[in-house]
Every structure is written in C-alpha cells, then in structure tokens.
Design a protein around this ligand. Structure first.
Ligand code: AMP
Ligand code: ZN
Length: 110
C-alpha cells in the first residue's frame, strides 16, 4: 500500500513535530493558516468512516493528543480542529488525520 502518511509516520520522509507510541504530528505541506499541523495515528486507518468500536482503545487518546499538541504549539488564543471525511468532506489523503489550524482567527463554516 502506497500511503504517504504511513511513510511519514514511519519516519521515512518529512519531519515530525511530535511522536509517541500511537501518533505523530507534522506540518501541513500547504499551510492554510499561520499554524497548520496534522495529527495522525501511526496505524493506517482510512478515515473517520472506517472507524469502529475496535478503535475505542485509542480514540480518546487521539483527541487528548491533539489537545496536547495544540498546547505545545502555544495556540493560547484558540485553534480549530478539522477532520475531513470522504469526497464531499474534501478528504484528499486517505489516512485519518486531524488538522490543527491557528495562529490567527479562522473563519468558521458552522
Ligand atoms: P485533507 O483534504 O483533509 O485530506 O487534507 C490533506 C492534507 O494533507 C492537505 O492539507 C495537504 O496539504 C496535506 N499533505 C499532503 N501531502 C503531504 C505531505 N507529504 N506532508 C505534509 N502534508 C501533506
Ligand atoms: Zn496510511
């Protein structure tokens, strides 16, 4: 399977901002905000839709890790977390990822 985010997670390409047993974070290659970081599980999971109850063991940690990384990025004035899912959701890379966007006010869709 040729997945760019799996390669990044394995340290085969790119630079990591954060790594632990389950997750890595790195800068988005085409930043849409002053700070734009992606947080992914090391395990290949296609999307939010592909998750099941079997993933319960790490999902809570995923959210807490996203928060921890946002704090480490010193986004004291707030930030936005986005997970795109499927074609209508604008998902382009088919390895689950959360976008952390901040550093200035981000316009809201909702
Ligand atoms: P999405 O539309 O949610 O699938 O977003 C995929 C994101 O991955 C986009 O914001 C891309 O700029 C970003 N991206 C794609 N390839 C890379 C890469 N090699 N390193 C860092 N970010 C990437
Ligand atoms: Zn992958």
């Amino acid at each position: 399977m040729d997945c760019i985010f799996c390669k990044i997670a394995k340290g085969e390409t790119g630079e990591l901002l954060y790594e632990d047993e389950l997750f890595v974070a790195f800068e988005d290659i085409h930043p849409k905000a002053k700070v734009h970081v992606l947080v992914i599980p090391k395990k290949h999971v296609e999307s939010l839709d592909a998750l099941s109850k079997d993933d319960k063991s790490w999902l809570c940690d995923y959210l807490l890790t996203i928060k921890k990384i946002a704090n480490q990025l010193k986004l004291k004035n707030g930030y936005k977390v986005i997970i795109n899912n499927g074609p209508d959701g604008g998902q382009v890379v088919h390895h689950l990822h959360a976008h952390i966007l901040g550093g200035k006010k981000i316009d809201s869709l909702v």
